[in-house]
Design a protein around this ligand. Structure first.
Ligand code: OAD
Length: 279
């Protein structure tokens, strides 16, 4: 016997908000085939460490490891980063919200923007892949296509600044470009968050009446601490229960997939409703 449709308890809550903030993680993109990091079938469980010269999965995004040995990151990027521009049902839903105040996302896939959320409403807490910065001269440019090679800075250097190098034939050769490593502007472990994050939190702190945290394990600081920065009701939408640092507690928890939480009604809501704890 088919179970009856049940209406979605999250949507009325969201609609009652005059200014909604979302804190997002990799879980909002798993339904379109982009793995998250820490689930059983996530990136960290499947990463071939030897192939990319890593001692531990987290080394892939570790700044010290990157500086010492950048080749592994760029090989992995070529093998694994497929640029996808079509977001999930949840991404599309976000772009239709009239009461959306801000999205703070840990994701670097750029899908909030390509799904139609205005850039002014998105804070990329862990940066984005769009641009790169030279680690030697700070030159900024669009991220070159991933080829598997370490991309080097093409900025011409002054002959007075850069010393001569010796060519294979033994003659002295001038280094004509900077040749520093072009690192994509994503925030690696060991790097501070960009200043725009704290500046925007400062502006938004008291503005929101509803903070929805979606698809994240909240394992990574300082992002996990952001939850506590805002006034307003705090709601979790996630496959698994996760807590957030400090004394705070969720006002409401929806243990379900992010795409499910935006459906008006469905047969699975019976299960989901059981997972709601109003505090
Ligand atoms: P994680 O992989 O740590 O957590 C993803 C969470 O989403 C888990 O709790 C899953 O159960 C849940 N999840 C998966 N699919 C879901 C779905 N369809 N609907 C709802 N929930 C779902 O990913 P993040 O928390 O985003 O940082 O990881 C945070 C940071 O760790 C990343 O930004 C990255 C990584 O290291 C850097 O690279 C600096």
């Amino acid at each position: 016997m088919a179970s009856a449709e049940v209406s979605n308890p999250y949507l009325p809550l969201l609609r009652s908000s005059s200014s909604a903030i979302f804190l997002l993680g990799a879980g909002i993109s798993t339904s379109i085939g982009i793995p998250d990091f820490r689930s059983k079938d996530g990136l960290y469980a499947s990463l071939k460490l030897e192939e990319y010269g890593l001692n531990a999965p987290e080394d892939l995004f570790d700044y010290e490891h990157f500086c010492a040995s950048p080749a592994g990151f760029f090989k992995w990027s070529l093998d694994s980063l497929t640029l996808q521009t079509t977001g999930s049902k949840f991404h599309r839903f976000l772009s239709t919200l009239k009461n959306l105040h801000r999205i703070y996302t840990q994701n670097i896939d750029g899908l909030e923007s390509s799904s139609g959320v205005p850039d002014s409403k998105i804070v990329h807490c862990h940066g984005s892949l769009q641009n790169s910065t030279c680690q030697t001269c700070n030159h900024k440019c669009p991220t070159p296509s991933f080829t598997g090679e370490v991309p080097l800075c093409p900025v011409p250097t002054s002959p007075l600044v850069v010393g001569p190098r010796t060519s294979s034939r033994g003659k002295k050769k001038q280094k004509l470009t900077c040749e520093g490593i072009l690192k994509p502007d994503i925030t690696f472990f060991g790097e501070p968050l960009q200043s725009v994050v704290s500046k925007t939190i400062g502006k938004d702190r008291l503005k929101s009446d509803l903070i929805t945290v979606v698809g994240t394990s909240l394992k990574v600081e300082p992002f996990s601490k952001i939850v506590n920065c805002f006034e307003g009701k705090k709601v979790l939408v996630n496959r698994d229960y996760v807590g957030f640092p400090g004394e705070g507690r969720w006002d409401c928890v929806f243990l379900c997939d992010s795409d499910e939480v935006v459906e008006e009604e469905g047969t699975t809501w019976r299960e989901v409703v059981k997972g709601v704890f109003l505090g």
